[in-house]
Design a protein around this ligand. Structure first.
Ligand SMILES: CC[C@@H](C(=O)O)C(=O)SCCNC(=O)CCNC(=O)[C@H](O)C(C)(C)COP(=O)(O)OP(=O)(O)OC[C@H]1O[C@@H](n2cnc3c(N)ncnc32)[C@H](O)[C@@H]1OP(=O)(O)O
Ligand SMILES: [Co+2]
Length: 134
């Protein structure tokens, strides 16, 4: 069921500084910041040859990454995203296996224009998992 690694997301407190680090020091291709109000984050994409890194910065008052950054002000790996061929079938299979799907359980359109869902980190070895429809 689980497919390609779509991205690894890193929450950052200082987006400009993190972009500069990846663009100038690491020599990566770094996008412009893209506000995602439906997700409470601003996202920057870093294109790698085999996958992507997403830099996340809180947007608005109820950002889902606010508490994470309070606990880790220097930032840190926030989630990993796997592609699945059929997100509703994947959701139902994971739920049947006891995993908790976050939010209202229905996919939202993510930063890449495709449906996404999140799974509780306590059910995946302490790692927040995002699923994206391939
Ligand atoms: C840009 C759009 C999209 C894309 O297309 O790529 C995105 O990536 S959007 C990214 C941001 N959106 C989300 O993260 C949505 C899903 N997240 C949530 O619903 C919540 O953040 C959460 C995972 C339920 C956490 O809620 P929160 O209120 O922040 O914290 P809690 O206190 O309830 O946490 C409970 C427990 O879990 C631990 N935790 C929290 N976040 C993480 C994490 N990212 N990785 C690992 N563990 C995490 C937290 O430390 C608590 O543990 P204990 O202290 O042991 O209880
Ligand atoms: Co993501």
């Amino acid at each position: 069921m689980i497919g390609r690694l779509n991205h690894v997301a890193i929450a950052v407190g200082d987006l400009e500084k993190a972009c500069k680090l990846y663009r100038e020091t690491m020599g990566a291709k770094v996008s412009e910041p893209l506000p995602q109000p439906a997700h409470g984050v601003t996202v920057v994409f870093i294109e790698l040859p085999n996958t992507k890194v997403e830099l996340l910065h809180p947007l608005g008052e109820n950002s889902p990454i606010a508490k994470f950054l309070e606990k880790s002000p220097d930032g840190g790996i926030h989630h990993i995203c796997y592609e699945v061929d059929d997100i509703l079938a994947a959701r139902d299979r994971l739920k049947a296996g006891g995993a908790r799907v976050l939010g209202d359980g229905n996919p939202k359109i993510g930063a890449h224009g495709k449906p996404v869902l999140f799974l509780h980190p306590k059910d995946f070895n302490g790692t927040l998992v995002e699923l994206e429809q391939a």
